[in-house]
Write a protein of this length. Structure first.
Length: 336
């Protein structure tokens, strides 16, 4: 009996080791949560955690940033700035808002105004989600153009300083990237090391897949369905952001009107580009640069991107051709 007990104990011990080992090596199934936020569908997927509370917390944080940075939600920092009393020269905002406005001003200056975060007097005249969208009145756009000038705005600490009552802010071209970076910070604090944050096409990869392989992110084929891709980008611990003429747009009298507006005219840019995709370490940079590069056009945008460290670009022109900045080919697999 004693020998039997010892043998049984040995078997149990072996089973315990086996079960423990099996548990440690068990492949965790990815988990996701989605919500309609930031006027798009936001999806967060965890590859190395089964904690649904982390996903819930991540989407809750996204909503909090939307309530802070949206230009249309009453009570947000941007709404308050844009609805300030005439004659107001300075207003206090939350630290994150001030930080993002400064980043927007940096890219406004870098592009010499081709990208301008004070474009709200123009962007508010266009409604690309309306049931029957219309082209704004030409005179109204001309009046709006005169109000757009990032040089009338600067930041001191958490104070936003205005030099003109006409200045109003729209961070729509850069806010999603900033929010994605903050969601990544949250996931890292929760010890998540493998995840994908997708804010309606702004994709930020946290680390890599659990097997050590990069995430494969599709490069959408312009004017085709979401599942139609022209290429695939292999991304590890980087951001991929695309700006294109097919995202928010409508067609009137054979003309495609899209949401990337020229601050000097009030109308959408028409420079031969269909989309610009930026691969960068920080999503806020990818978000800002995708619009900046679209605004500058292919030649100037290539020069800009190739002057920056750890930033890569993929351009699709109206003829369907793909153009890449130096080094971008390491991420891209073109599909037939």
């Amino acid at each position: 009996m004693k020998k039997f007990a010892l043998a049984a104990a040995a078997v149990c011990a072996a089973l315990t080791v086996c079960l423990t080992g099996c548990k440690e090596n068990r492949q965790i199934e990815p988990i996701s949560q989605s919500a309609f936020l930031l006027n798009t569908f936001v999806t967060v997927t965890l590859y190395d955690s089964e904690d649904q509370d982390i996903l819930t917390g991540c989407l809750k944080l996204c909503g909090e940033y939307e309530n802070m940075l949206s230009r249309t939600i009453e009570g947000s920092d941007i709404y308050r700035l844009n609805h300030r009393e005439p004659g107001t020269k300075a207003m206090e905002v939350q630290e994150e808002t001030a930080e993002l406005i400064e980043k927007g001003l940096y890219y406004s200056k870098l592009s010499e105004g081709a990208f301008d975060i004070t474009i709200e007097p123009l962007s508010s005249q266009w409604d690309f989600t309306a049931e029957n969208p219309q082209v704004p009145d030409e005179r109204s756009l001309e009046e709006g153009v005169r109000k757009v000038d990032y040089r009338q705005l600067h930041v001191e600490g958490n104070q936003v300083i205005f030099q003109s009552d006409d200045t109003r802010i729209d961070l729509g071209a850069i806010a999603k990237g900033y929010i994605a970076d903050r969601l990544k910070d949250y996931l890292l604090e929760e010890n998540v090391k493998s995840a994908v944050i997708n804010l309606g096409g702004n994709v930020l990869c946290v680390g890599e897949k659990p097997d050590g392989q990069p995430f494969r992110i599709g490069l959408r084929k312009p004017f085709e369905g979401q599942d139609q891709v022209i290429g695939v980008l292999d991304i590890s611990d980087r951001s991929m952001v695309t700006s294109g003429v097919y995202e928010r747009h409508f067609v009137k009298n054979g003309v495609n009107y899209h949401h990337i507006l020229d601050p000097k005219t009030g109308y959408p840019y028409n420079n031969g580009l269909t989309s610009v995709t930026i691969v960068s370490e920080q999503s806020v940079d990818g978000d800002g640069l995708s619009t900046v590069c679209f605004s500058l056009g292919l030649e100037k945008a290539l020069q800009l991107v190739e002057s920056l460290d750890q930033v890569y670009a993929v351009f699709i022109t109206e003829d369907g051709k793909i153009h890449t900045s130096k080094g971008a080919e390491q991420f891209l697999e073109e599909l037939p």
